[in-house]
Design a protein around this ligand. Structure first.
Ligand SMILES: Nc1ncnc2c1ncn2[C@@H]1O[C@H](COP(=O)(O)OP(=O)(O)OP(=O)(O)O)[C@@H](O)[C@H]1O
Length: 180
């Protein structure tokens, strides 16, 4: 089974994916490492611009029929058996990205993306089987356990479980509104 773990940077994909892979005995794959190793993607500044179709093809050639957890904010472009969209309160995302020293503009873009469900919408457009999991106030282990329970119960789709519209005022200082 291929499980894709996606979400805004800072929601905890890597932490949860590694725990999940360990618990299930699945291989762990990072989209970024995979793309770098296979020469998929073009460096643009400090970022790697990845062609998502090329990524999906290469990943399916390599992982079809295998048990793998694919970690990355582009993993929902891979035709996985299930896509898990991790969510976290936008303030948490802001604090984590700030602690990582993200530049102001990049921080604002990602906080806004979490606020308005960008990755969730993309994932739903790409895959029938999308499960949203709110990580807010939970430990990474609890999140991994929740994912395992949902998969074991045969849940295929669960979306619309968070609404960050009330968080808008709280994260306003992080947003780049003046540059719009
Ligand atoms: N419930 C939780 N689930 C996941 N991570 C959590 C949780 N609570 C706290 N954290 C912490 O949040 C941080 C998330 O970092 P992580 O690198 O896993 O995020 P990411 O989504 O993979 O980011 P990126 O896309 O930039 O790689 C870690 O320091 C982790 O310990």
């Amino acid at each position: 089974m291929i499980i894709a773990i996606t979400g805004t940077p800072g929601v905890g994909k890597t932490t949860v994916s590694k725990i999940l892979a360990g618990r299930l005995g699945y291989e762990y794959v990072s989209v970024k490492d995979f793309a770098v190793e296979r020469g998929i993607g073009t460096p643009v500044g400090e970022e790697l611009e990845i062609d998502v179709d090329e990524l999906a093809d290469a990943m399916m050639r390599e992982f079809a029929g295998r048990d793998v957890v694919i970690d990355g904010h582009l993993s929902h472009y891979v035709p996985a058996d299930v896509v898990i969209v991790l969510r976290a309160h936008p303030k948490l995302v802001a604090e984590r990205l700030e602690a990582r020293g993200y530049p102001r503009k990049k921080l604002a873009e990602n906080v806004e993306a979490e606020l308005i469900d960008v990755i969730l919408v993309e994932a739903i457009e790409e895959n029938e089987n999308v499960i949203e999991v709110d990580t807010t106030g939970k430990t990474p282990k609890e999140v991994a356990n929740e994912i395992i329970r949902l998969i074991e119960r045969g849940v295929k789709k669960r979306v619309g479980i968070v609404d960050w519209s009330d968080a808008y005022d709280e994260v306003l200082p992080y947003l780049n509104l003046s540059e719009g």
